[in-house]
Design a protein around this ligand. Structure first.
Ligand code: PMP
Length: 406
């Protein structure tokens, strides 16, 4: 028997990265490959208390079916959380809770993309978004990025030429680049949205993970300064990287006409995000624990990022180039091929696994014109000692690449 699957599946393939992940089970491997936060960082005590309060104070709501738009007290807490980040005049009707921000992206795809529609994303961008938008039949167009995020001049030309259904960006410490879009480019993005009447989707799961100075305001916060831009803006947020991805609590802020359709689609999908998780998250935020949690994760990740960047510079020298991230979970680097060393990310990833260290090659993160020299390292889940050891293994793999090619 052979099952006849939907045609839409022809647009996507299982990722090359998954193949690599199969090799990660090797004993003793040090992994810079993951895209997740460190589980040792989870505020287990705080979440235990919040879930216990949810059960004692609101057991009916926490265990019953709930509204598709989200649990009222959580929506209030999230609006308050956003207000602290400079997002004013946010009414509850403008925000819905989603099952992770991943679901918000899926709902955007579901409500906005017809087969053949053009969508502009950054090159590179978050892999699951590429796959998700392709599943809905989008033709993806890649806007180039530099060390400061997406090049808004090139983006404008692409928008003018292709008239996309929407543009998807991760302006703050994005996955995979960790880059930070500067204030000027942020304003330009909002102006482009208004000028070309193009929906701009801001994905922002990493914005709170800054190491020193706070980043410029989100597009959503800045939209108050660019008349008309709020009508063309969607913002996706998440508690995954700062609190816990297992809670699956994300949110979406969007123009009402989009939000009502997204709610309709969510109804047919999961009816609502887990009420127990939402009530727990609401209690957690209400207890005022978030600032201390953020302080802690920022400090730990900042130290790891610094350790990794110093070690990469020391051990790999001019064989690699990167911009040191100011936040987030990732170092995005390019192999330069200096001194006859390996220049292909995929080949280097295999050599590195042989030496007991893993990372993700960068090419799969591009929807077009992949740059095969790129790599993504995550420093988030590895302690400093292991980071040093892992980078030392990278050096061994790099050195071996010269003798292999000699
Ligand atoms: N957007 C980006 C850029 C991400 O890196 C991730 C998680 N890796 C998500 C969205 C989805 O996160 P979640 O669904 O856990 O909120």
């Amino acid at each position: 028997m052979s099952l006849q699957f939907a045609d839409r599946l022809n647009n996507v393939e299982t990722s090359a990265i998954r193949e690599l992940f199969k090799l990660l089970g090797k004993p003793g491997i040090i992994s810079f490959a993951g895209g997740f936060p460190d589980s040792a960082m989870f505020d287990v005590e705080g979440i235990r208390e919040a879930s216990s309060l949810a059960l004692s104070q609101e057991p009916g709501a926490a265990l019953q079916y709930g509204a598709t738009e989200g649990y009222g007290p959580l929506r209030e807490q999230l609006a308050h959380f956003m207000a602290q980040k400079g997002v004013k005049e946010l009414s509850l009707e403008q925000l819905i809770v989603t099952t992770g921000s991943q679901q918000a992206l899926d709902l955007i795809g579901k409500t906005m993309i017809s087969p053949g529609d053009k969508v502009i994303v950054e090159g590179p961008t978050f892999l699951a978004t590429i796959q998700c938008f392709r599943l809905y039949g989008a033709e993806l167009i890649s806007a180039p990025v530099d060390g400061h995020g997406v090049d808004t001049d090139v983006l404008e030309k692409l928008i003018a030429e292709h008239r996309p259904k929407f543009v998807y960006v991760i302006p703050t410490f994005g996955n995979p680049t960790g880059a930070l879009l500067n204030l000027e480019r942020r304003k330009k993005l909002l102006e482009l949205a208004v000028k070309y009447k193009t929906l701009m989707v801001e994905d922002d799961p990493y914005g709170d993970l800054y190491f020193n100075d706070a980043p410029p305001p989100s597009l959503l916060a800045l939209s108050a300064q660019v008349p008309g831009s709020r009508d063309w803006l969607v913002h996706c947020g998440s508690l995954s990287k700062v609190l816990s991805p297992g809670l699956r609590v994300g949110w979406m802020i969007a123009p009402p006409e989009l939000l009502s359709r997204a709610v309709m689609c969510k109804q047919f999908s999961d009816a609502h995000t887990s009420t127990f998780a939402q009530a727990t998250a609401a209690q957690y935020l209400k207890a005022g624990r978030m600032p201390a949690t953020l302080d802690k994760v920022r400090q730990v990740y900042a130290l790891r990022a610094q350790t990794m960047c110093n070690a990469l510079r020391q051990n790999l020298g001019d064989a690699i180039s990167f911009v040191q991230p100011q936040g987030g979970l990732f170092v995005w680097a390019s192999l330069t091929g200096a001194g006859g060393k390996v220049k292909d990310g995929n080949a280097f990833a295999k050599m590195a696994i042989d030496k007991g260290v893993a990372f993700v090659p960068g090419a799969p993160f591009f929807c077009q014109n992949p740059d095969h020299s790129t790599l993504r390292f995550s420093f988030a889940t590895v302690g400093e000692d292991k980071i040093l050891e892992g980078v030392d293994r990278l050096k061994q793999a790099m050195d071996a690449s010269v003798s292999a090619s000699a």
